[in-house]
Design a protein around this ligand. Structure first.
Ligand code: 28G
Length: 638
């Protein structure tokens, strides 16, 4: 690595720009943007790890939602910047370096260019303090809303090296400054998987009696695959793994086949999850398909006259992680999570092809088992095509093919239409009565729970629980999914806040994730939030509260208006069924008053994970999971 020179830091723009338009730099000022602050700082430590100087990152949430991040890297440089005559550490935290990840042009180049996000986080923090140890002393500099409040000064002697950043997000900027520990945990676990050997610890110290969590995987991506497949039955017991670099593109892949029918490939670029895939994922698929076809031809499993095996059949039951590091990634797509660099396809494809070819030749038993699965997948696909055609033909003949239980809306303008998918017939009845039938449709769900993981597409078409959903939405599934045919642009899941409700939500999210992913990627899916409490008093309009915190706030508000707590009757709703149609409309369906939570891709990935564990065939992980996550599963926040 070239020797660091303080003058390399470019002087570009002040931090007022960041406070004026925070969304440009961190995406949004919602809860998501808030968590982004932490990722930006942790990214700087990860960059230091990628440079080869940092092995451990500690993250803590302190009381009052203060964050500290500490690493054991070289420490942010303290020397004077020749042009601006300020210490480098101050320059790093007060001057904006690039256009930012979320617009404004340039994208962050990972691997060496530290501190790009540091100034952004500083600008959006009520206060921040940065400590750096350079081997002979511990130094500190402090800021408020991006401005220096305490110049760089030495605190003590110290032989250590590393950086510690402490900050409090600015409540003037963010909708909320309360962190969700689960969100952070998920990301840190993922980062530890993606950077093998890197130890990330996390401790939520907002309440007493909590423990430190450690994420540290010597197996890296292999451990990631192991984690995803913990409740599945492997075909190749030893996970296939390779890591190579070609023309400045680093490629790292781990994969394992299981007896499942689904395809589970996660792709990453510079540690960023590329939900929309891109050239690296295309290259991986292409290389995999070629390796299997060449092998099948060479060993006469495919005869001369046989057509090639299809990629999607070859990928049935696969769990894979494709992680690449690229110098100047170009991100495209609706959510800017699709890699565009065209040279990457060929690189990943040729590496994958050669590594998988070698593997297949060395492991003929496994090659045979996978190919047998591929062939039955292709038969099932053929059967699914026929089932689909049957559905199409039916719809050509019958005038009304919509599911019988669907109470459709009057409007045919999908952009204005909503469908409520409701668990339970009684809630379904109230919803039908309470709705605004001009634009709200209701589909009550009944029938047996199905295991999406263990079911091929042909069976899904015939499943009594899912087929009404497919037909009502009107856009098809899998490769045939066509967003333009969608009949409603809001798909709202409405279920109770109990285990059964969590189950049905998880099932539907998993189903959408696997078979109608654009629904989630493009933000069509929502979760309705029915109230948990009602406060009533004679002569007062009923007050609905949506969670415990909301209840507390509203009780206080009423008290301020002179309405005492003990003069109120409080009803706790156990299920949607307890509300009559008018109440359901007022609290949960009226667009003016209701609370809808948009489902993000991460929610669906989490649901998919939960589903694999809950519905997988291994009993032990399921039992353990339910024990560990009892709280989570019963809470309504999946
Ligand atoms: C604890 C929370 C977040 C960091 C470093 C280490 C260096 C550095 C950070 O340099 C300037 C500009 C572009 C390379 C680099 C130290 C070289 C030599 C560093 C962190 C230099 C910033 N010695 N560790 N920044 N760059 N950890 N953790 O922020 O060219 S930021």
């Amino acid at each position: 690595m070239a020797k660091y020179d303080e003058n390399q830091i470019q002087v570009l723009e002040g931090l007022e720009a960041v406070r004026k338009r925070p969304g440009m730099y961190i995406g949004s000022v919602s809860e998501r943007g808030l968590h982004h602050l932490v990722y930006e700082i942790v990214d700087n430590s990860v960059d230091e790890a990628l440079a080869g100087y940092c092995t451990e990152i500690n993250v803590e949430i302190l009381p009052d939602n203060v964050i500290t991040v500490q690493d054991n890297g070289r420490g942010v440089p303290l020397g004077m910047h020749h042009k601006v005559h300020k210490p480098a550490i101050e320059v790093v935290y007060t001057i904006l370096h690039a256009g930012g990840k979320f617009g404004g042009g340039g994208y962050k180049v990972s691997g060496g260019l530290h501190g790009v996000g540091g100034s952004v986080v500083n600008a959006l923090s009520e206060w921040m303090s940065v400590q750096s140890c350079n081997g002979d002393g511990l130094y500190e500099i402090s800021f408020e809303r991006g401005k220096v409040t305490e110049e760089l000064h030495k605190i003590s002697d110290s032989k250590k090296t590393g950086t510690k950043v402490t900050f409090k997000a600015d409540s003037q900027i963010f909708d909320t400054t309360i962190y969700n520990a689960d969100t952070l945990i998920q990301r840190f676990r993922e980062m530890a998987f993606l950077n093998k050997g890197l130890k990330i610890t996390f401790w939520d110290k907002r309440e007493e009696g909590t423990e430190q969590l450690v994420f540290h995987y010597e197996g890296g991506l292999k451990s990631f695959v192991e984690y995803l497949n913990k409740s599945k039955e492997p075909i190749n017991k030893d996970i296939i793994y390779f890591e190579t670099e070609q023309n400045d593109v680093q490629v790292e892949v781990a994969l394992q086949y299981t007896s499942a029918y689904s395809e589970n490939i996660l792709s990453f670029v510079n540690n960023i999850h590329t939900a929309e895939g891109g050239t690296h994922l295309d290259g991986f698929k292409r290389g995999l398909t070629k390796a299997f076809n060449d092998y099948a031809r060479n060993f006469n499993i495919l005869k001369e006259k046989d057509p090639n095996l299809q990629g999607e059949d070859i990928r049935e039951g696969i769990t894979a992680i494709v992680s690449v590091r690229v110098l100047e990634p170009q991100f495209e797509g609706q959510t800017k999570t699709k890699l565009g660099n065209s040279n990457v396809t060929g690189i990943v494809s040729s590496i994958t092809n050669s590594k998988i070819s070698i593997y297949l030749e060395e492991n003929p038993q496994i090659a045979k088992a996978i190919l047998e699965k591929t062939i039955s997948a292709s038969r099932a696909r053929e059967a699914a095509r026929k089932a689909r055609e049957l559905v199409r033909r039916k719809s050509a003949l019958e005038s009304t093919t919509l599911p019988g239980k669907l109470a459709d809306c009057q409007s045919k303008d999908a952009s204005k239409c909503e469908i409520y998918i409701v668990e339970g017939d009684s809630a379904g009845g109230s919803a039908k009565q309470g709705r605004d039938r001009r634009f709200q449709a209701i589909l009550p769900l009944w029938g047996k729970m199905i295991n999406v993981e263990k079911t091929r597409a042909d069976k899904i078409y015939n499943n009594d629980k899912l087929s009404p959903v497919i037909v009502a939405l009107g856009a098809g599934i899998g490769n045939d999914f066509n967003e333009e045919k969608l009949r409603y642009h809001k798909i709202i899941l409405m279920a109770d806040a109990d285990v059964d409700g969590a189950h049905i939500r998880t099932l539907l999210l998993t189903f959408f994730f696997r078979y109608m992913r654009p629904l989630i990627e493009n933000g069509y899916v929502y979760i309705a939030q029915p109230p948990l409490f009602k406060l009533a008093k004679r002569g007062m309009e009923d007050v609905y509260c949506y969670n415990e915190a909301d209840l507390e706030i509203k009780l206080k508000e009423l008290e301020e208006k002179g309405i005492a707590r003990d003069s109120l009757t409080m009803q706790r709703y156990k299920g949607l069924g307890e509300m009559d149609s008018e109440q359901l409309w007022e609290t949960t369906m009226n667009p003016e008053k209701r609370i809808l939570v948009k489902v993000e891709l991460e929610d669906a990935i989490k649901a998919d994970e939960i589903f694999s564990v809950l519905m997988g065939e291994n009993v032990e992980p399921r039992r353990k999971f339910i024990e560990e996550n009892a709280k989570y599963v019963t809470n309504l926040d999946i």
